[in-house]
Design a protein around this ligand. Structure first.
Ligand code: SF4
Length: 412
């Protein structure tokens, strides 16, 4: 039996991929002898698993670190040590800056090094001034993470199948914080899904920053597509529902679109960001699709699965966006009729091309466009919700609606 090392508290910010990473870090550290606790005041080891997608993300982390400094000092007075680690995308993006600005931090660890956490934490405890590991190692971290627990925490689980992104949308930090696209081999994913199913999981959401670009080793000469991976997972008898997120319109291949019409376990729900309705803005965003490409794709998806619930991401006030170009966005929304959407004002992310673009849109203009857009989206969501009233819980469409919000992480 592993000797208890202490209590662990992990605070997770951001998307489902961070939720999955936090679970895996918790599992790796449980194997190393840590037990989880609900409050940082009781914790010998605190990990902030951070997100860089929102504005002022790094500032939020520094303010959280200010609170943790007080906790660490109070615990020291009682004779307890506390190791503080910053993980995730802010760790990757800010690196050494975190150790300079917040000397309370003992370890800065990037998303590709979680399998080395046990060792890094021991080293951090022995070295003053903190240590840092934000490499993109050749080594596949998934191979070194422990097997999933024997008893599932919930009937629904996340499973990361792809990481990184090669698209380089001009507003997005992901290609810089998570690196180039990497797809896990099919066999490794099917084994992990099989273990989750044995542990009681009935629904799996496959995760990737650009999940439908999945092209994992299939054991044959050609890599497997996401559609082939989903078909392989559907063979696991205990699994009842499959989902995947987040997708890029360019990577919705014909076989994946067709699968929505013929794989019963694939839930009729799809998150498909379109970001803006003007072709000029889409080109400035480097989205690699046009408004008509998107609308035609939606038509094909609905031809395959008429009752599919669609959600999306939209940015208003991208640099240079005119009133007319914003109206193109409203037109797409009115044409598609989304069941759910995540809409934001453009906010510059340091280091991305869009942050340095001229013609930044005034804050009050962005606010008023967002308000106008959200009024339309709220109406569409209310109409979709109203259409669900009276459904039987076994109704397949209800299952589509029971999606997990990418931002609040509540099951809706
Ligand atoms: S496809 Fe998605 S993850 Fe990749 S750069 Fe664009 S917004 Fe970021």
């Amino acid at each position: 039996m592993t000797k208890a090392k202490g209590k662990l508290f992990i605070k997770t910010f951001g998307c489902q991929m961070n939720v999955y990473d936090s679970e895996r870090m918790g599992e790796a550290l449980a194997e190393a002898g840590y037990v989880t606790t609900d409050t940082p005041e009781n914790a010998d080891l605190v990990i902030l698993n951070t997100c860089h997608i929102r504005e002022k993300a790094a500032e939020k982390v520094y303010s959280e670190l200010g609170r943790l400094k007080q906790i660490k000092t109070a615990r020291e007075r009682q004779g307890h040590g506390t190791t503080i680690a910053v993980a995730g995308c802010v760790a990757q993006a800010e690196g050494r800056e975190i150790l300079s600005r917040a000397p309370v931090v003992d370890l800065v660890v990037g998303p590709q090094s979680y399998h080395r956490l046990g060792d890094l934490i021991s080293r951090a405890g022995q070295k003053r001034g903190g240590i840092i590991d934000i490499d993109f190692p050749e080594d596949d971290k998934f191979k070194h993470l422990p097997a999933r627990p024997k008893v599932a925490r919930s009937p629904s689980a996340f499973l990361t199948v792809q990481e990184g992104c090669d698209k380089f949308c001009t507003f997005c930090v992901v290609p810089y914080t998570r690196g180039v696209e990497y797809s896990r081999p099919v066999r490794e994913i099917v084994e992990e899904a099989g273990r989750l199913a044995q542990a009681g999981v009935r629904e799996i959401t496959l995760l990737g920053q650009n999940v439908n670009a999945y092209h994992g080793n299939s054991g044959r000469s050609e890599p497997a597509s996401l559609a082939q991976l989903l078909r392989a997972l559907a063979e696991i008898p205990e699994l009842e529902r499959l989902r995947y997120t987040t997708s890029h319109p360019r990577d919705m291949s014909d076989d994946l679109v067709a699968l929505h019409g013929n794989l019963e376990k694939l839930m009729p729900y799809l998150h498909l960001p379109f970001q803006a309705g003007s072709d000029r803005i889409l080109a400035a965003m480097n989205r690699k699709h046009t408004r008509d490409d998107y609308l035609e794709l939606v038509r094909r998806i609905r031809a395959a699965r008429a009752d599919i619930a669609l959600s999306t991401d939209i940015i208003v006030g991208f640099p240079g966006e005119t009133d007319e170009e914003f109206i193109r966005t409203l037109e797409v929304v009115k044409s598609v009729q989304f069941s759910q959407a995540y809409s934001f004002k453009f906010s510059p992310r340091p280091g991305t091309p869009a942050a340095a673009m001229d013609d930044q849109v005034l804050e009050e203009v962005k606010s008023s466009r967002l308000q106008e857009l959200q009024a339309v989206l709220n109406e569409q969501q209310a109409a979709f919700n109203a259409s669900c009233v009276g459904w039987n819980l076994d109704d397949v469409s209800y299952k589509a609606f029971r999606a997990i919000c990418v931002h609040c992480l509540k099951v809706r």
